[in-house]
Design a protein around this ligand. Sequence first.
Ligand code: PRP
Length: 214
Amino acid sequence: MREDGYLTFALCKGRLASQTLELFERMGVACGEIKDKSTRKLIFEDKERKIRFFLAKGPDVPTYVEYGAADIGVTGRDTVLEENRNVYEVLDLGFGKCRMCVCGPKEAGQLLLHHERIRVATKYPNIARDYFQNKKHQSVDLIKLNGSVELGPLVELSDVIVDIVETGSTLRENGLEVLEEICPLSARMIVNRVSMQMEAERIRELVSLLRKLC
Ligand code: PRP
């Protein structure tokens, strides 16, 4: 927290943003300005509540929080696990529910049974490495992609992918399926370690209010 008494929030852009802002509005935070798509402004303030917030790319949210540039962050559990930053995870916000899965064509299921060395394309190399090394004890070559990961097996870049599955429609439309589930995901609230101590009361109140709302 800054000397001006403001609590700063880093919120994840993209899929989770609208649900996060909806939650903030239900808390009584004025979000009108940040929802205006034509604005290029980056930081918004609710002067009455002494809350400042900004939207950032998901993987950057834990970075802002670890360094104390934001006291609190809201982002997906996928990002929290992948970035593995030194922050407190204080609340499961319950929305943005989906699953981290190993996916591929049906036949690739066989490759997961025999500890063969396989190629795995993913946006989440740390999650994928942890899963294959520590849970499955299977050697893999990880190929980092930045999006449209389902292309991996389709163009023979990889045998399987590790990716988020929400409705499953991207997989279905591309002839792929869930082969193994790694973990369930949803939006999480994370807190800077120093802010957690310095602003304990305010953060505790906020968490209990959010718990009632979500
Ligand atoms: C995510 C994810 C899958 C898709 C899953 O991609 O990587 O591709 O959503 O959703 P579904 O199960 O509802 O089809 P996103 O749309 O975020 O874009 P990206 O492919 O560029 O990462």
